[in-house]
Write a protein that binds this ligand. Structure first.
Ligand SMILES: C[S@@+](CC[C@H](N)C(=O)[O-])C[C@H]1O[C@@H](n2cnc3c(N)ncnc32)[C@H](O)[C@@H]1O
Length: 468
């Protein structure tokens, strides 16, 4: 019966509350209906896109009543661009919903005793908070229904973001509220220059075209890195573009390019050319400096990353004589951040170049009590490793969205560290791992942190202590 519901329209559905991943939910004939693009309090007609025996999913086709909680989205691209899906909800409510998501996941999945979930630690900046954006050039600009129906001829070259679930359609962005400094100017001026000089925009489907991708990274120290990806090895065209950027934007402190003729946009395996300036930018946090190369990861909301790391450091409550393991250390930012308060910090991470950055960042900051190792966590963190290193007093773990491999969780249970500080960008997998750790650990504190205002994403820090 449920599958037959696909494409059916349920009328006058009251949207009751927020669910996970930015969806909201209502009930139809005692079944939960998850709906995208709505707010609690809306009354809508919903077209069902997926029907399962226990739930349905759908999208709104008509609004009968708008929730009183709604506010006007500030961005002209809202609804088309997949970037900031919660602009129609005021920021205080966004924080409440993020806390609610954490609570729901822990009640539903962790099923262990939990303390009160603390209110979400909000981001001071709710706009222009990102330090990195990635724009795509395309000759398939996304046109709205009105534009198509107008019968007008539109230039189809675009520079902006992918439309969700449509890999070759790009929304042409004129202003993005996610990144400040020179970001909007660089993107718009480069687009104007490319159009005026008839440089080709990438054809994503057929994989041809000169201009492919633009990455802009900015810092709180007013440095800026710009990386242009070219889809063709046309030295004249490349020179033109790079000279233009170099002359027009003296604020760019690191100007690079890469020729990428592969099937995908990742350039980790490609050689980058530094056209002007340095091949890195630097971010600062307290008295630490972090060097960020074009291939290095750095948390994308720098100011809020500082708040997040402070929560992790407070939860760890280091006295100076502890051995700390920083699992999934990335470029070692947390490890270096807590190093002055610990006897030794050991960071483990999958990506070898990130580990090189982590070591470099320790060196730049004069930290000599850190050790970093590259490898898959489930293979690295084994009995041999433990036998060759001091046992941890505190484990800080910050895995990717998928959470920790069960083998890693089992190892943590054998390690018996008195404290585990678990940082996660996915409370669902975090709750799953906490359920397993619950065999030996008690949940002491839960602190959601908002790294990404205007989105449903929530970061969460949990303090676990060994049961006596
Ligand atoms: C959420 S990031 C943590 C970043 C870091 N703590 C920070 O704040 O900058 C997760 C990290 O886990 C690494 N990673 C993913 N899978 C891994 C695995 N199986 N073994 C080791 N590291 C892994 C990723 O490369 C990434 O750097």
């Amino acid at each position: 019966m449920s599958r037959k519901m696909k494409n059916k329209v349920i009328t006058n559905l009251l949207i009751e509350r927020i669910a996970s991943e930015g969806k909201c939910l209502g009930h139809h004939e005692e079944k939960v209906v998850f709906v995208t693009g709505v707010a609690p309090g809306d009354v809508v007609d919903v077209r069902i896109t997926k029907g399962k025996s226990s739930f349905m999913e759908g999208e709104p086709v008509k609004f009968h009543e708008y929730s009183k909680e709604r506010i006007d989205p500030f961005c002209s691209h809202f609804g088309t661009c997949g970037g900031c899906k919660w602009q129609h909800i005021n920021y205080d409510l966004q924080k409440t919903y993020k806390r609610q998501q954490v609570l729901d996941q822990f009640q539903r999945i962790a099923k262990v005793e939990i303390p009160e979930v603390m209110p979400t630690l909000g981001s001071e900046k709710t706009r222009y908070y990102r330090n990195k954006l990635d724009f795509t050039f395309s000759n398939k600009k996304w046109l709205t229904v009105e534009q198509i129906q107008s019968g007008e001829d539109f230039d189809r070259n675009a520079l902006g973001f992918h439309i969700p679930k449509m890999f070759d359609k790009i929304v042409d962005v004129d202003h993005c509220y996610l990144q400040g400094n020179i970001s909007n100017d660089v993107r718009n001026e480069l687009r104007t220059f490319a159009l005026a000089n008839q440089l080709s925009f990438y054809d994503i489907r057929n994989q041809v075209g000169l201009l492919r991708n633009l990455i802009i990274r900015t810092t709180s120290t007013d440095q800026a890195m710009v990386i242009v990806q070219f889809g063709e090895n046309d030295s004249e065209g490349i020179q033109k573009v790079m000279e233009f950027l170099n002359e027009k934007f003296p604020e760019i402190t690191s100007l690079l390019y890469v020729i990428n003729t592969k099937g995908n946009e990742t350039f980790h395996d490609l050689e980058l050319v530094t056209f002007a300036g340095q091949d890195f930018i630097e971010e600062e946090m307290e008295d630490l400096k972090f060097r960020i190369g074009p291939k290095s990861f750095y948390q994308t909301n720098s100011e809020q990353a500082y708040e997040l790391y402070k929560v992790a450091r407070d939860f760890a409550d280091l006295q100076g004589d502890e051995v700390v393991y920083d699992l999934y250390t990335g470029t070692g930012t947390i490890a270096n951040f807590v190093a002055k308060k610990a006897k030794q910090v050991i960071g483990i991470e999958y990506v070898p170049s990130a580990i090189e950055d982590a070591k470099l960042n320790s060196q730049i900051n004069g930290l000599d009590n850190t050790l970093f190792y590259a490898g898959d966590m489930k293979d690295m963190l084994n009995e041999d490793f433990i036998a060759n290193h001091a046992a941890p007093d505190v484990i800080i773990t910050d895995p990717p969205r998928a959470g920790m491999d069960e083998k890693v969780v089992q190892m943590l249970l054998r390690l018996n560290a008195p404290k585990i500080v678990y940082v996660s960008c996915n409370p669902a997998t975090q709750a799953r791992d906490v359920a397993l750790l619950g065999e030996k650990y008690k949940v002491e504190k839960i602190q959601p942190v908002d790294m990404f205002p205007q989105t449903y994403h929530v970061e969460n820090v949990v303090l676990l202590t060994l049961k006596s």
